[in-house]
Design a protein. Sequence first.
Length: 56
Amino acid sequence: MDLFGSGLSNGAIGAPALSELPAEARAALTSLMTQLILDHAAMTAMPPAKEVDHDL
């Protein structure tokens, strides 16, 4: 899985490529990015709760 693309056009200069990181670091980063994406998707998929008004 290539999370960050293979080019450095918009990347940080001197930052290692994902493939250059140790396996443990790649796994942790992938897990964190997955959780971030899922949390964001859950927040945007659910409309904000509306208050229930019982006044007539």
